[in-house]
Design a protein around this ligand. Sequence first.
Ligand code: PRP
Length: 192
Amino acid sequence: MDRPEAQGPPIPGRIVLSSTQIERRVHELAQEIGTAYSPDTELLVLGLLKGSFIFLADLVRQIPLPTQVDFMVASSYGNATTSSGDVQLLYKPGMSIKGRDILLVEDIVDSGNTLAQLLPLLEEQGVASIETCVLLHKRIANLGEYEPKWTGFDSPPGFLAGYGLDYAEKYRALPHIVDLGRPEDLENKNDQ
Ligand code: PRP
């Protein structure tokens, strides 16, 4: 069902992926994930906070497998708009991942630093299997063996926010994804 995108406060930027487009794609991804594992697999779905929280919540409710959920925090951006290249694991999964089938859920692959640094760390802990599902992929990074198995959308260009993605911690709760244009313009607008 189409949702009215214009309810609530004015939408910043321009909608590049509507809530309906996202909803449909999340459903497809969940079905694809479901068929990739044997039906008795208890999948441990690991979300990278904070950006993945909405995507993970929607995805996990539609994966037709028994699942458990845990989270990690691996921050690379802070409030800046470009990647620093230094990925810090600030919070590790609370449960053991040894011998588990892991599905890592990410909101966006930009430079690829986060996945390239995080996946080997998780693999080292003796997982049974590990695959990645990302909502958006900027197709800048060549991740080789760490390329996500499932990607929602090739990322539209621009500075994106919404559906979990933020700009300076704002806009994560938008049901759609917007292109904010040039963040510096946005800041100027907010200053006025
Ligand atoms: C963002 C995003 C990804 C990562 C992608 O996280 O959520 O995790 O950067 O960038 P990369 O491919 O260049 O490594 P951020 O550190 O901004 O934290 P957040 O999820 O809390 O917004």
